[in-house]
Design a protein around this ligand. Structure first.
Ligand SMILES: Nc1ncnc2c1ncn2[C@@H]1O[C@H](COP(=O)(O)OP(=O)(O)OP(=O)(O)O)[C@@H](O)[C@H]1O
Ligand SMILES: [Mg+2]
Length: 174
């Protein structure tokens, strides 16, 4: 698939599931062979644009549309985009799929108890005690991807390269 032209590898999952870790490791692998690869991470994307959106459902959806549009723009310039973002909206998944020929959706799955244990941004613990609103998976619902090309169980923080290899196998690379 990589040889055709640009592509979008959309790495999605709940906060703390491992999107950045897996996405970045995939990017580094692809970068060894291709110059036209970028890594777009949800958090840095917000920062680049000036952090003008919040985390309520309306702003999250707007942010997801922005990420979609940026990815589509880059893909149209023959760039391979590895995008790590939550953006768990059915309409965004459908839009990505309908607008881009080379689209791969990778769902990073992790049990909620493990996400709460990781609590890497302190969001889950705060949401559970009612001190934090708009936490996806606790007090905000999400659309679990229905047509992902691949689901990776990352409940155990291990086997990073093996998990990346599964994505590479799907891409037909290495
Ligand atoms: N396969 C793995 N092997 C080792 N450590 C991992 C693995 N997957 C995730 N981790 C670790 O788990 C934590 C959460 O991962 P990461 O930051 O990638 O999640 P995320 O989905 O990007 O979260 P967020 O949406 O909040 O940015 C990190 O400390 C990361 O180092
Ligand atoms: Mg991340």
């Amino acid at each position: 698939m990589l040889k055709v032209c640009g592509s979008l590898i959309w790495i999605t999952g709940l906060s703390g599931s491992g999107k950045t870790t897996i996405g970045n490791a995939l990017y580094l692998k692809l970068k060894q062979k291709h110059t036209n690869v970028v890594f777009l991470d949800g958090d840095s994307f917000r920062e680049i644009l000036g952090n003008d959106l919040g985390h309520n459902p309306k702003d999250r959806l707007e942010n997801a549309y922005r990420i979609h549009r940026m990815c589509k723009f880059l893909v149209s310039q023959n760039i391979h985009v590895v995008c790590a973002t939550m953006s768990l909206y059915k309409e965004i998944h459908e839009l990505n799929r309908s607008e881009m020929r080379n689209y791969l959706e990778i769902f990073i799955e992790c049990e909620i108890d493990e996400l709460i244990r990781r609590d890497q941004k302190g969001l889950y613990s705060q949401a559970i005690i009612g001190k934090q609103t708009d936490v996806v998976g606790v007090n905000l619902s999400f659309d679990k991807p229905q047509n992902s090309e691949l689901t990776i169980d990352n409940t155990q923080q291990n086997a990073l390269q093996e998990k990346v290899q599964k994505i590479l196998d799907l891409l037909g690379e290495l």
